[in-house]
Design a protein around this ligand. Structure first.
Ligand code: ADP
Ligand code: ASP
Ligand code: MG
Length: 439
């Protein structure tokens, strides 16, 4: 079994959706096709939801009308025969009636999540009927029947596997299954999602759940690049990455992959291949257990980091102090990314400052607290790089002009993390590109 995921840009125009339909047919064997919403749709739904919460009724009406126009012209171009054009219009009118219904009712968090799920539901339905029009046998597998998360928002991989396996086995004669990325049910059986960019994660979870031979993630670029192409002009694709390398890059901000994508695939050793829909022949990136050692592979950056510094003379030679600090974060369900300690102080970084006021209040019992926002973690990744001579010299030489706030080295063999002020991120990424990759 192959799992193939197509992102928003890969389905965002009628001709692209047609192209991926042809591409899927050319792939041998059975495959599960995971689709995102058409590009821009989830953003539009977020906007709509925010306007609804703010009770800005006129803006909601305008947003719905603009999106509906977009979908009507999409279906007019996607389908070529009268009966399917009618089906396309019926699909659009059904979804947009639902939007209007949601907008007219009592709009709360739950309806917001229901609204966000519609992008993937509509894209998969449009794609499925396009395959039908082309007389290509396929089945829609509703993700809401098998994808679930627990009360901590963690996907329930075992349960997903137990639910999807019989669904597929019962349809032994079907070669193409189509399902929604991103969406799932939560522990209250409500519609929920795997957070923005979550379709990659869906593909990996399904790949692990069915023990697929391969997970392919098709997007608008020829694989993982050595640096963020949105910020650095000259970047190059990487042919091979280990699971650990890819996992760190995704977690530390490489937008091409949702932060948790690699975890389920790695658990069952299913290779993940990143491919480009705009250039099918490009090699892309293969992520597996194999990979070369001892070289810089790529750099990623994660913004919106907060540093918390705790100063305490009580820390001096006191055992158990860090436990008390960590307990505060555990209690507030906030994970720590970087940590740096001295005899009298400890600095920690967090990316989710939802519970920052509670954390600050509790930490104040342990010492003097200083908070700095707008920080960025720059993560330099390469299998076994920390064992290579002179790596820190190369990194520090490259960043001679940058104020480095924290460094993490030695926690993993694959990564060196540097914390800088977000205002210095662009400069730092460019300097590292020159200094470490000579680009
Ligand atoms: P999709 O809609 O297919 O999920 P995304 O926009 O989520 O696509 O991810 C692809 C984008 O990720 C690329 O267009 C690129 O701008 C961005 N990106 C950020 N960092 C990297 C990187 N290191 N390598 C490749 N792409 C990256
Ligand atoms: N449509 C969702 C988003 O835009 C999920 C995804 O594209 O992966 O975040
Ligand atoms: Mg994405």
């Amino acid at each position: 079994m192959l799992v193939v995921k197509f992102g928003g840009t890969s389905v965002g125009k009628p001709e692209r959706m047609k192209k991926i339909a042809t591409l899927v047919q050319s792939m041998p064997g059975k495959k599960i096709v995971v689709l995102s919403a058409l590009s821009g749709t989830t953003n539009a739904l977020v906007k709509m939801g925010d306007f609804l919460l703010a009770k800005e009724a006129i803006k909601v009406t305008e947003e719905i009308a603009a999106l509906e126009k977009h979908y009507l012209s999409f279906v007019a171009e996607l389908y070529t025969t009268a009966p399917y054009k009618a089906i396309g219009q019926e699909i659009v009118s059904r979804y947009f009636s639902l939007f209007r219904l949601l907008a007219a009712g009592r709009f709360d968090d739950r309806s917001y999540r229901e609204l966000l799920a519609q992008g993937e539901l509509i894209s998969t339905e449009l794609f499925y009927y396009h395959l039908q029009e082309q007389k290509v046998g396929a089945r829609l597998l509703p993700a809401l029947h098998f994808m679930s998360i627990d009360e901590n928002h963690e996907p329930e991989l075992e349960k997903i596997s137990e639910r999807i396996t019989p669904l597929i086995q019962a349809l032994g004669n079907v070669d193409i299954f189509v399902t929604q990325g991103y969406i799932c049910r939560n522990h209250r059986n409500e519609i929920d999602n795997l957070k923005r960019g979550g379709s990659d994660y869906t593909a990996s979870l399904i790949g692990a759940a069915v023990r697929a031979n391969e997970i392919q993630i098709w997007t608008d670029i020829d694989g993982m690049h050595n640096n963020d192409p949105r910020i650095v002009k000259k970047t190059i694709p990487i042919a091979e990455l280990t699971f650990d390398e890819a996992s760190e890059l995704a977690y530390f901000g490489a937008k091409i992959l949702h932060p948790s994508t690699i975890v389920p695939a790695q658990k069952y050793g299913v290779p993940v291949i990143l491919k480009n829909t705009m250039d099918e022949k490009a090699l892309g990136t293969v992520i597996s257990n194999k990979g070369s050692k001892g070289e810089f592979k790529a750099i990623a950056a994660k913004d919106a980091i907060t540093v918390i510094n705790i100063k305490s003379s009580r820390m001096l030679l006191a055992y158990g102090f860090l436990r008390k600090v960590f307990e505060v974060f555990e209690k507030n369900k906030t994970s720590i990314d970087m940590i740096s300690t001295s005899e009298v102080a400890v600095s920690l970084t967090i990316d989710d400052d939802h519970f920052l006021p509670e954390i600050q209040e509790e930490l104040e019992k342990l010492g003097t607290i200083e908070i700095e926002k707008n920080q960025t973690i720059i993560c330099i990744v390469g299998n076994g790089i920390i064992d290579k001579k002179g790596v820190l010299r190369d990194v520090f030489d490259s960043l001679a002009d940058i104020r480095i706030r924290m460094v993490s080295y030695g926690g993993s063999h694959n990564n060196i993390s540097i914390l800088v002020d977000t205002a210095q991120k662009e400069k730092a990424l460019n300097l590292l590109n020159e200094g470490l990759f000579h680009l």
